[in-house]
Design a protein. Sequence first.
Length: 207
Amino acid sequence: MLRITVLVSGGGTNLQAIIDAIRAGIIHDTQIARVISNNPKAYAMERAKEAGIEAMCISPKSYDDREKFHDALLKGIDDADTDLVVLAGFMVVLPPKLIKKYAGRIINIHPSLIPSFCGQGYYGLRVHEAVLARGVKVTGATVHFVDEGTDTGPIIFQQAVEVKQDDTPETLQRRVMEEAEWKIMPRAIDMIAQGRVKIKDGRVILS
Ligand code: GRF
């Protein structure tokens, strides 16, 4: 049984997609051990509670400095006996200590086709604003392993999504979630749970 800890900051629709996929048997042999939010107001916390999952808030505001916050975050993950850390809209830059300890065991969902529209400053609606400003016709989402860089880790799955002429950042964000994020994130977790995802020379090999 793969024990995952899901880190969230906001609405939690990706968390919901994971919960639903476990229930539907789309994700096998996986249990959400804990949900951790840095934001006490995140609606994702309600979703976790509703599903009977332990929801824990670890807010930087509760700690004297960043290091103490980072230590608490690491402890929150360790204490849940976590096999895989899933970043589902987590708006905190991970401390190097955490990335090192969980190397090859942290995944993230990014709302574009990496390496386009990613890296520093590309998060949330900004990604979709940049996509529309550039006028690309295809965008999408990427689920990838997390390394020390921003959106630079090995790519597990990508799903393309059409950009429509009358899209707003909000309509595009919604379509990318529905058609890409909510599908490839559960699929990646299931593949990892089945031991079918390996990293070789910085790239993902699926079996
Ligand atoms: C998603 O767009 C995801 O790609 C990005 O943050 C957003 C999270 O949305 N990393 P939600 O909290 O899962 O609804």
